[in-house]
Design a protein around this ligand. Structure first.
Ligand code: PEP
Ligand code: MG
Length: 748
């Protein structure tokens, strides 16, 4: 018999690029049946309703696929799933839980072996083989099936989940579970964004005559240039956009490109094929370049290639047209999508990719939009236009809900709105505990769109300005002038309240569309200050822009992300000094602002005394600190359940940073998501943190909490918490304490 590892590998190899999930599961059962030489092999998968559905079979009637279903505990398959233990029965009918399904259309098979397929502790499905004769499967067969199940789960878990959910019909209630990305709930219609076309997906075809194809391509280029001109005028001619459009036009008119297209056309291929091939060759040339600016041109060419292709095919770019709030759904909802539609019309966000702290979630939190990410749903399209319930607290999306469920959600949404309105009166009241300690509540921003929500909710400053966000919504690195305008907008809006601007933190999950960084392990790679110190010019431009924007405002503080080495800080200081010197020389009245660091790489915990004299403040980035302390990628849905800022080690680390900062007389704040998590806030206050920076939308509720509790209580809560061993115990205990404080909100 073939080894299960080899068979699993062979199946994966043969499945290759298979995108059809049904074909994949059909291949699996067919291969197992022939490897074990049995009469039947079937795969039952657990769907979103927690039912086991026959998803593929070799041996039972094909028509039964999707129709034989059972609950956990029901029938032999349900029993295996419930007990998470295999059944090996020589005489299946004699088992008390045996159930015969007429739909199977087959005689009863006697020999039965079923093994559960477990993924992260949950049953994903059951793999069954059956034979006509009355016999018990031997040990070798048993071991084969168990190993096969494990291999399939390891490599195909996501595909298997998708297949199970596809079996549900459109008008049934579907409860899709992903990861809670941003809290809140909403009921609105779904808008599924179109998948972007990729050059590599363009089908290659023969041409319909050289002259005809030449004319088509010439027209398409002409139209593309014209549409660039109209973009230029409709977008209000910002300098960056105009400059970018000029570059685009230069690239479109490049003689090398047209020469290459002509050569391809001469080989009797279609205009689209010639375009694709010529573009791909040019892209490869730019991709191989060392210079980041030239490298970034490869992405420009990708965009342009698709643009010309759209002209060839008369395809319009997607316009998200709605006058009522919608739930934006897509494989990945990116920063760019946020710029295509007025953010007030985004009622919710659902994406297949991402996790709790990916940028989609951080943006959604910043804008107060409920979000479910990491959904792993293959048939997103089927949701388009449906009214959905999105529960960002539980990470669930419900389509076709029963009336009672819809009514209950509507009631909770209304209650939540009333509560928010109730909290509005807190705006002018201080965040002061019942024993008279003052806490500063700042907001986190990155988009100009979330400036006013902070001010409207009484934010006392900006504790984290994520400067990479304006870089992410551009098509090239923004110029110094453009950055000055953006930063001045933020500083002016808040002056004289402090604004902590973090220098560019790209890398990891924060990719610039025009400067892709490909690394095996990006979170441990070229990120934050490591990147910008290597591109001194980019960092210098940014610091100069911040200093210039600060003239007349005088509320800027500069913060360094991802610091892990002492000399990085020395080099940042040298850059700031250099920028101050240059700008003064140029006649600008600038001065060096306070400089601080993010404590987000664990190494910093032990470096603080040595860094003391070089910094004015420390801000704890609990998002990355958690990821690096627990060695859990904050974006990987597979390990999302292991990522928690309530892990006792994370709590001890934060306690130690706060203690050390207080000993060294350094201002310390928290700007990661922990600062807006009411349970975590109890602990942070207990540790002595007096400055919290968070999404503007969380400010009112955190202020409410601070005003309800005493620091003495918080210290006692912290002491008890630190004695608990498990994250789940910590969470349960803190939930109790919140309840005692009168806090109850299903959506927070
Ligand atoms: C953090 O890591 O906690 C943080 C605030 O930064 P970001 O989420 O932008 O990485
Ligand atoms: Mg960070």
């Amino acid at each position: 018999m073939l080894s299960p590892l080899l068979l699993a590998k062979k199946i994966l190899l043969d499945a290759g690029q298979m995108t059809d999930q049904r074909a994949l599961v059909a291949l699996i059962v067919e291969r197992i049946r022939s490897a074990l030489n049995v009469d039947v092999c079937s795969l039952y998968l657990v769907d979103a309703n927690q039912e086991l559905v026959l998803s593929a079979t070799q041996g039972l009637a094909e028509s039964a696929v999707g129709n034989i279903r059972m609950k956990l505990g029901e029938g032999l398959v349900g029993t295996i799933a419930k007990r998470q233990h295999l059944l090996n029965l020589p005489f299946a009918e004699q088992h008390p839980n045996f159930r015969y399904f007429e739909e199977s259309g087959e005689e009863r098979y006697q020999g039965f072996l079923g093994v559960p397929m477990i993924h992260h502790g949950d049953v994903l499905g059951v793999l069954v083989v059956q034979v006509k004769e009355t016999r018990r499967f031997d040990e070798e067969e048993e071991a084969f099936l168990i190993t096969m199940g494990a291999h399939l789960v390891a490599s195909q878990a996501i595909n298997l989940k998708k297949t199970a959910n596809e079996a549900l019909s459109a008008d049934q209630t579907r409860r899709l579970t992903g990861i809670a990305g941003s809290p809140g709930a909403t009921i609105a219609k779904a808008w599924v964004v179109r998948d972007e076309i990729r050059l590599e997906d363009i089908a290659e075809r023969d041409g319909s005559g050289l002259e005809f194809e030449q004319q088509r391509i010439a027209e398409a280029f002409e139209n593309a240039v014209q549409s660039l001109d109209s973009d230029d005028s409709t977008h209000g001619n910002t300098e960056t956009l105009s400059a970018l459009i000029d570059v685009y036009k230069l690239l479109l008119n490049s003689p090398e490109l047209h020469q290459a297209i002509t050569e391809h056309l001469a080989q009797n291929v279609s205009a689209s094929t010639a375009l694709k091939r010529a573009m791909q060759t040019q892209i490869a040339v730019f991709d191989a370049m060392e210079d980041p600016y030239l490298k970034a041109r490869a992405d420009d060419l990708r965009v342009l290639g698709v643009r010309v292709y759209r002209e060839l095919q008369n395809l319009e770019p997607e316009v998200i047209e709605t006058d009522e709030p919608i739930i934006l759904i897509g494989e990945n909802i990116t920063v760019e999508h946020f710029t295509r539609i007025d953010s007030r019309l985004i009622a919710g966000i659902v994406s297949n990719q991402g996790s709790k702290l990916s940028h989609t979630s951080v943006l959604a939190n910043a804008l107060g939009i409920p979000a479910v990410v990491g959904l792993a749903e293959s048939n997103l399209r089927s949701l388009h236009g449906l009214e959905l319930i999105l529960d960002g607290h539980r990470g669930q999306v419900i389509s076709n809900p029963p009336d009672t469920v819809r009514a209950e959600y509507q009631r909770l949404i209304n209650q939540n709105k009333a509560r928010q309105a109730d909290l509005a009166h807190l705006k002018l009241l201080p965040a002061e505990s019942t024993d008279g300690e003052r806490v500063r509540l700042y907001s986190n921003t990155g988009l100009l769109a979330d400036i006013s929500p902070g001010l409207e909710r009484g934010s006392e400053g900006i504790g984290l300005y994520r400067s990479e966000i304006p870089f992410m919504v551009h098509n090239t690195f923004p110029t110094e002038e453009e950055q000055v305008r953006i930063y001045r907008g933020v500083l002016e809006a808040y002056a004289p309240k402090p604004v902590v601007m973090r220098t560019l933190d790209i890398g990891g999950d924060k990719a610039l569309p025009y400067f892709p960084i490909k690394e095996e392990n990006p979170f441990l790679g070229w990120r934050g200050i490591r990147f910008t110190l290597d591109y001194r010019n980019i960092q210098l431009d940014q610091i100069r822009a911040m200093l210039l924007a600060n003239v007349g405002n005088d509320n800027l503080q500069i913060m360094v992300p991802m610091l892990s080495h002492e000399d990085e800080l020395e080099r940042v200081h040298a850059l700031i000094d250099e920028a101050v010197r240059q700008l003064k020389e140029e006649g600008n009245p600038v001065h060096k602002p306070p400089v601080g660091i993010m404590a987000e790489v664990p190494a910093v915990i032990w470096m603080l005394p040595r860094l003391r004299d070089m910094i004015d403040f420390v801000s704890i980035g609990s998002n990355d600190l958690t990821q690096y302390l627990l060695a859990v990628d904050r974006n990987n849905p597979r390990v999302a359940h292991l990522y928690s800022h309530f892990h006792p080690a994370v709590l001890c680390a934060i306690r130690d940073i706060v203690r050390e900062c207080r000993r060294l007389n350094l201002t310390v704040s928290v700007c990661g998501e922990m600062a807006s998590d009411p349970k975590a806030v109890l602990l942070l206050l207990g540790m002595g943190v007096r400055t919290l920076s968070m999404s503007a939308f969380k400010l009112p509720v955190i202020k409410w909490l601070v005003r309800r509790i005493s620091m003495q209580e918080c210290r006692a809560i912290l002491d008890t918490t630190l004695e608990l061993g498990k994250e789940s115990e910590v969470q349960a205990f803190l939930s109790e304490k919140l309840k005692d404080a009168g806090y109850e909100n299903k959506f927070e």
